[in-house]
Design a protein around this ligand. Structure first.
Ligand SMILES: Nc1ncnc2c1ncn2[C@@H]1O[C@H](COP(=O)(O)OP(=O)(O)OP(=O)(O)O)[C@@H](O)[C@H]1O
Ligand SMILES: [Mg+2]
Length: 162
């Protein structure tokens, strides 16, 4: 199974995804780590990515998910998944084995967390463009991330039965 933890920047995808994967003993993939360097530099400069920027990155993500599914490997992936078209690229590989978890919280909670975060390429200013771009998912477990990470992970495990 591939569990994809989605949401805007600062929603806690890396924090929650890594903890969930560690508890389950599953491999963790952070989609941000698969960006070409040019995309990272662009985002670090505060510029939102275009669909053209995202295309090679999405192909890489799709290859990773396809390989895990083909090998029957269990994976947790952190992936913003802002648009349904991006999500469809991964989901259509095997809808029964790709599960979505949508992390969300009030804007002020996310803005505060991003402004306090150290050593990450994503500036807090990109939160607005990400929130504007986010197409809400219809087939996701929706989780409010205001509580502490451990509570969120427990809730996800209970709901997904993993
Ligand atoms: N449930 C939580 N409670 C308190 N702080 C949290 C929680 N989840 C994450 N954080 C903190 O909020 C910040 C953002 O979390 P994280 O880096 O995991 O978000 P992200 O969704 O991976 O963002 P990005 O898309 O920019 O990589 C981090 O400093 C993290 O420690
Ligand atoms: Mg992250």
């Amino acid at each position: 199974m591939v569990v994809i933890i989605m949401g805007v920047s600062g929603a806690g995808k890396t924090t929650v995804g890594r903890t969930l994967a560690a508890e389950l003993g599953w491999r963790f993939i952070d989609a941000d780590d698969l960006h070409p360097r040019s995309n990272v530099m662009k985002m670090a400069a505060g510029a939102p990515l275009t669909d053209e920027d995202r295309a090679p990155w999405l192909r890489k993500l799709r290859d990773e998910v396809a390989r895990a599914l083909a090998q029957g490997e269990d994976v947790v992936m952190a992936f913003s998944g802002l648009k349904q078209a991006y999500r469809t690229l991964l989901e259509e590989l095997d809808p029964a084995h790709v599960r979505w978890v949508f992390l969300h919280a009030p804007h002020e909670v996310l803005a505060r967390r991003m402004s306090q975060r150290q050593g990450h390429f994503m500036p807090a200013s990109l939160l607005e463009s990400q929130m504007a771009a986010m197409e809400l998912p219809s087939r996701a477990l929706s989780v409010d991330v205001t509580p502490p990470p451990a509570d969120i992970v427990k809730h996800i495990r209970d709901e997904l039965g993993v």
